[in-house]
Write a protein that binds this ligand. Structure first.
Ligand code: CMP
Length: 139
């Protein structure tokens, strides 16, 4: 059975370009409820830990440098079938392949500068949510 929660980050480039508002609007319009949210700035060590599943991949250094280059918005989102539906809303990891009308098609610039992160499984949604939020920060 699929879970009802996923985790997202609005990445530094989208924050810098004032895209927080439009992206959150699209998330709400698509039926997701914000269960937790934080405006924060990862340091390099924290970005490396968050993306530790990608250690050794050619893009790991660029990705973690970029993700620690400025503030981000982290959030837990609630909806039936959350992981899959959110991945549909954001579109493909590579913005060149993202479908029309998706968040990445509208706001992403490249693979690493792809505007938003979305969990790829229920299991990772839990791990990623726990990285940022304690129980008392969830409503
Ligand atoms: P995200 O959803 O944050 O999860 C892992 C990230 O790694 C992904 O979005 C991309 O930003 C990045 N990524 C994945 N594959 C590549 C790649 N081939 N080149 C550069 N960045 C990548």
């Amino acid at each position: 059975m699929s879970g009802n929660q996923t985790f997202t980050m609005i990445k530094p480039i989208a924050v810098k370009k004032n895209h927080i508002g439009p992206i959150l609007h699209m998330i709400n319009e698509a039926g997701f409820r914000i269960k937790a949210m934080k405006f924060t700035h990862l340091n390099k060590q924290q970005a490396m830990e968050f993306y530790s599943v990608h250690v050794g991949k050619p893009f790991y250094e660029e990705l973690t440098t970029f993700m620690s280059s400025g503030p981000i918005v982290a959030a837990i989102l609630e909806k039936e079938n959350a992981v899959e539906d959110f991945r549909k809303l954001i579109g493909a990891t590579d913005p060149a392949k993202a479908a029309e009308g998706t968040i990445r098609k509208l706001f992403a610039e490249s693979m690493s500068h792809n505007a938003v992160h979305g969990s790829d499984s229920d299991e990772n949604a839990i791990i990623e949510s726990d990285f940022f939020f304690s129980k008392i920060d969830r409503y």
